[in-house]
Design a protein around this ligand. Structure first.
Ligand code: PGA
Length: 270
């Protein structure tokens, strides 16, 4: 497990973009596609900015990239301003050349939800994911796998934790408007189908979640802790998000984490 400590959220986005781009270029030199798993939320926005910049600079061609998103709210149509499909179009897809039919998301409006979840899981299973990008919730969730999610969980309908509804209320006019259910990939969908995983976390509000995920017990009550079972997982953290880890390091705490400082300081966000 590797941890890269960055100076600020912009550097988190830049460093993560370099890993995504290198992995993409390596795969596309040998295979006919690159499959990328994507999160929504505030944290990945600098990463998306740097991927868009690399596309406009002619460094990357995304025509053979396929994407899987982690989750989607139940009940919001794709053009709803808070749907995750809308988020992805606004913040990434409309700027790059990924063919729309290659951008996969669970359909939160499906009439037969169980059938939709099984379809999505099968698709991830059959294509595999070269690299999943994840965020983390303040309650250590990954995707919408809230505390209590089993290791073997797959794509399914989930109820959002109160913490998550409160955290996401900032995007809605009132907390009552936040959907209480979502379709989410499971912990197994992420860990058992991916070659590489990167998790991004920024800000003091994530410090405790990050430290518990990396240093606490591996348990379904700490969904992000399961990432320690993956053979190629890197956390990109800004200094506030890494602050609880730093205390462990400075206090001489024993960990098997490889912790490195990023050395690149980017300019302003795009
Ligand atoms: P955030 O969400 O990037 O908006 O903090 C992360 C998450 O809840 O997984």
């Amino acid at each position: 497990m590797r941890v890269v400590i960055c100076k600020n959220p912009d550097e988190v986005g830049y460093c993560a973009s370099r890993q995504v781009i290198e992995s993409m270029q390596r795969a596309l030199a040998q295979e006919d596609r690159f499959v990328l798993g994507l999160p929504t939320g505030s944290t990945p926005l600098p990463l998306y900015g740097y991927l868009i910049a690399a596309f406009y600079a002619g460094e990357i061609d995304l025509s053979r990239v396929h994407t899987f998103n982690l989750d989607e709210y139940v009940g919001l149509p794709p053009n709803h301003p808070q749907s995750y499909r809308h988020f992805m179009v606004q913040n990434l897809f409309r700027f790059v050349n990924i063919p729309p039919q290659q951008t996969h998301m669970p359909n939160g409006l499906a009439r037969d939800i169980d059938h939709e979840c099984a379809r999505y899981e099968r698709l991830v299973d059959s294509m595999g994911v070269d690299l999943w990008v994840l965020g983390i919730g303040r309650n250590e969730h990954i995707a919408f796998n809230e505390p209590g999610s089993p290791r073997h969980s797959t794509t399914r309908k989930v109820k959002l934790a109160l913490d998550t509804i409160e955290a996401n209320a900032r995007f809605f006019e009132s907390p009552d408007e936040v959907p209480t259910e979502a379709l989410s990939v499971g912990i197994s969908t992420v860990i058992d189908h991916s070659r590489e995983i990167i998790l991004l976390a920024t800000g003091m509000s994530k410090a405790q979640a990050v430290a518990i995920a990396l240093l606490g017990p591996v348990s379904g009550w700490i969904p992000a802790s399961y990432l320690r079972e993956h053979s190629d997982c890197t956390f990109y953290l800004d200094r506030p998000a890494a602050s609880a880890l730093q205390q462990v390091r400075e206090g001489g705490g024993e960990t098997d984490l490889e912790i490195v400082e990023a050395t690149w300081l980017p300019g302003p966000s795009l």
